[in-house]
Design a protein. Structure first.
Length: 390
């Protein structure tokens, strides 16, 4: 490979959530952090060089959005997904979770019902409830190691909801929804007047054999009844730059959302956000492809290691991203004890599966976006704890 993903880059002392925040979450510093969804790889050189050039100018005042930003996004989504968009359909928003929050506030009212599909990224539950809306769940079904949608339940639940938060690709299960599934969800939502907010932050990170399909591209109806949220943050490891964006084809929805953001200046991009995204999209694809090859090898390693050494564990093989959902239900531990086992015995810090809602009990989410030697150390520690207990 041209890029060195085996390099260990110390992160302790950089105020990073994953390492410097581990003690606050896990109650100890004696732990290998494998949790929050950023990677331990250096961002691509094109991003680093863009930042370096800008930092060398010693004034960091108010700036406009980079003129390269929208054209780069337009080219990227067309190149990657065959999606034709206009620059006017793109807008800045400082993070996917804030974007979800703003959409809920803009298009629903207190007491309205919002549909989600657990187990799913936990802010879907938290933000919805915190804003005084009611969470309605369409639980995913785990069938032969892959999450499936219960469409009969989905249709019944959609009848009472104003909005649907779609996680595509899915987090934590790594599922890449196919065109048939997306089109059926779109048809049901249109028929029941349910606005779709499609969180596609992991879209660039599909593994071999899978290709992301933007929700808005599956039909004209989907295009007119959705807001798509994307970012370069996961793909190029720049989450700290707060550089997300929305794509909205429907001009009425777009005007309402942009007006809502503008009223509190939430559409104002910080200094480093847009130029770095433009650089990543213009020059970073080779890095992205090699990084995903490395991540897939990490996924393969975990899968084989579990099969060979940890017979009571299994994993949902992700179709996208660097997150692996590990099924530890056969250990037959209450969730609290399960979490304690991995923290106190294995000394590996992962996300508690129950945080993702119904269906997450018995699971732990592991971040494999790291040098292989770190991953090998984590798996060895899990095996040693497993062998002592079982």
């Amino acid at each position: 490979m041209k890029y060195n993903f085996d390099e260990i880059i110390p992160r302790i002392g950089t105020d990073c959530v994953k390492y410097d925040g581990a003690e606050n979450l896990f109650g100890t510093t004696d732990i290998l952090p494998m949790w929050v969804a950023d990677m331990d790889f250096s961002s691509p050189p094109c991003v680093t060089e863009t930042l370096r050039r800008r930092v060398e100018h010693p004034i960091y005042g108010y700036t406009f959005t980079s003129p390269r930003w929208k054209p780069a996004i337009k080219r990227w989504v067309n190149h990657r997904y065959g999606w034709e968009i206009d620059e006017e359909e793109i807008g800045f928003v400082g993070g996917i979770v804030p974007a979800l929050s703003f959409a809920i506030q803009c298009f629903t009212k207190v007491g309205d019902k919002v549909l989600i599909q657990p187990p799913v990224y936990h802010p879907y539950h938290n933000v919805t409830r915190d804003l005084g809306r009611t969470v309605v769940t369409n639980p995913l079904k785990l069938v032969d190691g892959e999450y499936k949608i219960d469409f009969n339940d989905f249709e019944e639940k959609a009848k009472e909801c104003s909005m649907f938060l779609l996680c595509s690709p899915h987090n934590p299960g790594g599922r890449v929804w196919n065109r048939t599934e997306l089109a059926r969800m779109a048809e049901i939502c249109v028929r029941n007047n349910v606005l779709v907010i499609s969180d596609e932050i992991h879209c660039d990170m599909t593994l071999k054999g899978y290709k992301h399909i933007p929700f808005a591209t599956v039909s004209t109806e989907a295009e007119e009844n959705s807001i798509t949220l994307m970012a370069a943050s996961k793909s190029f490891n720049i989450a700290g730059l707060k550089s997300s964006y929305h794509i909205i084809k429907n001009s009425n929805l777009r005007n309402r959302y942009c007006e809502f953001l503008s009223r509190s200046e939430q559409d104002f991009a910080p200094l480093f956000a847009t130029e770095t995204v433009a650089a990543a999209y213009e020059e970073g694809e080779e890095w992205l492809e090699q990084m995903m090859e490395y991540v897939e090898e990490n996924v393969n390693y975990v899968e084989e290691y579990i099969k060979e050494n940890l017979p009571l564990l299994s994993m949902i093989r992700p179709q996208a991203s660097f997150l692996v959902f590990i099924d530890a239900s056969k250990l037959e531990l209450p969730q609290e004890k399960l979490v304690e086992f991995f923290i106190n015995e294995a000394k590996v810090g992962m996300n508690d599966g129950s945080m993702f809602g119904e269906g997450g009990e018995g699971f732990m989410r592991m971040n494999v976006g790291c040098p292989r030697c770190i991953l090998m150390k984590a798996m060895k520690q899990i095996k040693e704890a497993y062998d002592r207990a079982y």
